[in-house]
Write a protein that binds this ligand. Sequence first.
Ligand SMILES: Nc1ncnc2c1ncn2[C@@H]1O[C@H](COP(=O)(O)OP(=O)(O)O)[C@@H](O)[C@H]1O
Ligand SMILES: [Mg+2]
Length: 149
Amino acid sequence: MADTGFDSRAEGSERADSSEAMRALGARWAKSLQGGMVLALHGPLGAGKTQLAKGIALGLGYAGEVTSPTFSLVHEYRGGRLPIYHLDLYRIADAGEALRFGVEEYLTDPEAVAIVEWPERIAGLLPSSARHWEIELVSENDRRIFIRP
Ligand SMILES: Nc1ncnc2c1ncn2[C@@H]1O[C@H](COP(=O)(O)OP(=O)(O)O)[C@@H](O)[C@H]1O
Ligand SMILES: [Mg+2]
């Protein structure tokens, strides 16, 4: 990043200039994760939410396939340091539909980590302790990730 001038939004932000860099960031963050945590990944289609989720899973010791559960809504990854629920709520219309699908079970498991793509769909259901990460598309291969307080 050029260090000319001060960008206040850059505080608490990270940069990833490739999908590998994005996965490495996820793997780094995974070290600090504990059971019961909910990770809300914000950003448009193609932002890299699933790449970040893959990195988090790798960092937790899960090396299997990680894909967006767009149709099944949730994928479970077991065998790493913590079980992971990977949710993709793109196709969910509202929180009511998510509740009928049983989303609360995944958000409240004290033993597991829940990674949520399209968390805006269930904003009111996310615990206040949820970590919010927002991915911004800078260019084809460049992303900025803002860590919301
Ligand atoms: N810096 C980057 N970080 C993440 N993905 C990147 C980056 N640069 C290019 N890409 C590509 O962008 C796409 C991101 O897709 P994906 O992770 O499925 O996005 P989302 O889940 O947000 O829709 C992938 O094809 C990936 O290879
Ligand atoms: Mg995705």
